[in-house]
Design a protein around this ligand. Structure first.
Ligand code: ZN
Length: 185
């Protein structure tokens, strides 16, 4: 396993848990999501603060314009993060460490470490979830509707999924996604 440090906050992490950035000939920073482009590169956490800080630091260090605002660049990152989240959910489903549905999740609450829920669950469902799940970590999936979420388990809809293992990585990615793209909602 290869470790790298985040360019902005210096935290050491596995390469695959960081975003690789390359600076192209015109001085524009590009996300190298497949981590393969043979160019001068820096790694960043899934953290909006680190992205912002990197732009500033990059410019100071003469790494060109170091700007991430190119639409296409951000759209690619968006798709990548969405796929990454779906991949992680599919993996959890396969590992059978999941409990499907609100009622089921609430009745197995002692085993549940985190709860994922669709972007468009009803007020009522959300209220019930918040009232009855105590301080279990809850993560709103910022781009998955009940239909999208259901499609991952070949059901027409899914609102709530309980997970029996910690969801640190998913939480980080979803938060990052929200911070970057929530203004589009
Ligand atoms: Zn960082």
């Amino acid at each position: 396993m290869a470790e790298r440090s985040c360019f902005a906050c210096k935290t050491k992490m596995e390469k695959s848990d960081l975003i690789r950035v390359v600076v192209d000939d015109s001085g524009i920073a590009l996300f190298d999501l497949m981590q393969k482009i043979p160019q001068r590169s820096a790694y960043l956490c899934y953290n909006k603060n680190c992205l912002d800080k990197a732009e500033k630091m990059g410019r100071e260090k003469g790494l060109g314009k170091f700007k991430f605002e190119k639409d296409e660049n951000l759209q690619r990152l968006k798709k990548f993060l969405e796929n990454r989240v779906k991949e992680k959910i599919r993996f959890l489903l396969l590992s059978k460490k999941t409990v499907i549905g609100l009622e089921e999740t609430l009745s197995f609450l002692t085993d549940i470490k985190g709860i994922l829920f669709a972007d468009d669950i009803s007020e009522n469902t959300l209220k019930k979830l918040n009232n009855k799940s105590g301080d279990v970590l809850k993560i709103k999936l910022p781009f998955l509707t009940k239909e999208d979420f259901g499609a991952l388990i070949n059901k027409s809809e899914l609102g709530v999924l309980g997970v029996k293992e910690p969801l640190v990585e998913l939480e980080k990615i979803c938060l990052f996604y929200e911070n970057l793209f929530s203004q589009e909602h």
